[in-house]
Design a binder for this molecule. Structure first.
Ligand SMILES: *Cc1c(COP(=O)(O)O)cnc(C)c1O
Length: 443
């Protein structure tokens, strides 16, 4: 390790608290410090090159150090870096809102900005709640409506972010259990089980404001796939029982599944849609909650009627982030990004079954270029590794030696390369992943 890396790491360990990281482990081990990126690759302060197999936590779309994105941000920077959306407009925020509505599932017509997936979900929850509190002026739907609708249906193993509201609709015990006394209660149903869902809706729709789902893939839960047709059935049942549908496209949005949004695979239009992660091409923090005119209308009124949505983060609609997002959407067209994702998805579908040659690969799940390779101690007996062994973690350390950055979810090895990745680079990522799993599990 060179002197500069040593000094940086020393400072890091003295002052930094890393997210989702047991700092005792961090302190006890050597760590990588990333210095630059280009395309699908990252370089650390030792000059070592790595393929970015997790899109820098599921955000990078067109690769790192992309000329067009760099240029768009620099151009905006020379005009104004930030101006508030509270009572004022700004150019990139306006243009981006129009573009987002153009590509969003039909029916969505309004954009509310924020800055992370968690806030996008928080906002969707608050809008859905407030909507039912103040929709009295509208004709009542026959099934249900009104201020008693305050609860949320959510799926077991859901992940919607880390703020208190988004954790309240989440269901990952390892992350969420300790906060239970702080959370509002949500109604949990099993993903894929339409009969159970209808039972709950039938009995309790009068008290339910909305249902929230990650479409097609429960990503943070370990890349769990939903049965085909489930999302469509959820939409049908929510409509039937007068419950709003919130779709959390934070992970699946912007092409990861092979369509711009995962909803499109089942022709579903939600009442609220949350986007974040890939929205700026992975450059800057930005998120948006999209909604319909029907919902928006319920917030209109004279000021003293108190129907205003009193919510807004300071950096809401930041012009630099919006300019990056606009440039990213342009690149989707110019570079035919979705076609590349589908080519890569086909390559993955062809290559991934080969991983079953490894004794400790228990399951492989894929949607577009979102991949989960689940390790198991005994595949036939379906026995997982003891969590103390940290097999997933061991695999990613092996991958680093071989030049790939990936991050596991427990013992599920996640691959989520940038949408722009070339086939040759993807093959390299697969080869490194294969040998790393072999090295870690056959030791
Ligand atoms: C990552 C993620 C979030 C949270 O986004 P942050 O930007 O980390 O707050 C919410 N929902 C889903 C589906 C996610 O994958």
């Amino acid at each position: 390790m060179n002197q500069r890396t040593k000094a940086l790491l020393d400072k890091d360990k003295r002052h930094l608290w890393h997210p989702f990281t047991q700092m005792q482990d961090w302190l006890a081990n050597d760590q990588l410090i990333i210095e630059k990126g280009d395309g699908a690759y990252l370089w650390d302060t030792e000059g070592k090159k790595y393929i970015d197999g997790c899109s820098s936590l599921w955000v990078t779309v067109h690769g790192h150090n992309n000329k067009n994105l760099n240029q768009a941000i620099k151009k905006q920077l020379d005009r104004v870096a930030h101006s508030t959306l509270l009572g004022l407009g700004n150019l990139p925020a306006i243009e981006l809102a129009e573009q987002l509505i153009k590509i969003a599932p039909k029916g969505l017509s309004k954009v509310f900005y924020s800055d992370s997936g968690s806030t996008a979900v928080e906002i969707a929850i608050k809008i859905a709640f407030q909507y039912w509190q103040q929709k009295d002026g509208e004709p009542r739907r026959s099934v249900s409506g009104g201020p008693h609708k305050t609860k949320f249906i959510t799926l077991t193993n859901a992940y919607h972010g880390d703020t208190i509201g988004s954790v309240s609709v989440g269901g990952i015990n390892l992350f969420h259990k300790i906060y239970k006394p702080l959370l509002f209660k949500s109604i949990k149903v099993t993903p894929g089980d339409i009969i159970e869902l209808e039972k709950v809706l039938k009995a309790r729709h009068r008290e339910i404001a909305a249902m929230i789902v990650e479409p097609l893939v429960q990503a943070a839960a370990g890349m769990l796939m939903m049965p085909k047709g489930y999302l469509k059935a959820v939409r049908r049942l929510c409509s039937k029982y007068g419950v709003l549908l919130i779709v959390d496209e934070v992970a699946t949005g912007f092409g990861r599944t092979g369509k711009m949004f995962a909803c499109e695979h089942e022709g579903v239009s939600p009442d609220l849609m949350c986007v974040a992660k890939g929205i700026t091409g992975g450059y800057l923090p930005l998120a948006a909650t999209l909604t319909t005119d029907r919902i928006y209308q319920a917030f209109l009124g004279r000021f003293e009627e108190n129907k205003t949505f009193f919510h807004g983060h300071t950096y809401t609609g930041n012009p630099l982030a919006c300019a990056a997002a606009l440039a990213s959407l342009k690149l989707f067209q110019q570079n035919k990004v979705l076609a590349n994702v589908n080519r890569n998805a086909a390559l993955l579908a062809k290559e991934l079954p080969g991983f079953f040659q490894l004794e400790h690969v228990g399951d492989i799940r894929q949607c577009g270029t979102m991949v989960g390779i689940e390790l198991s101690e005994d595949r036939e007996a379906k026995r997982a590794y003891s969590s103390k062994i940290r097999m997933g973690h061991r695999v990613i350390l092996e991958a680093r030696k071989r030049g790939a950055i990936i991050r596991p979810l427990g013992d599920v090895i996640v691959l989520m390369p940038p949408q722009s990745i070339a086939q040759k680079e993807l093959k390299e990522l697969l080869a490194i992943t294969y040998t790393s799993i072999k090295a870690a599990t056959e030791k």
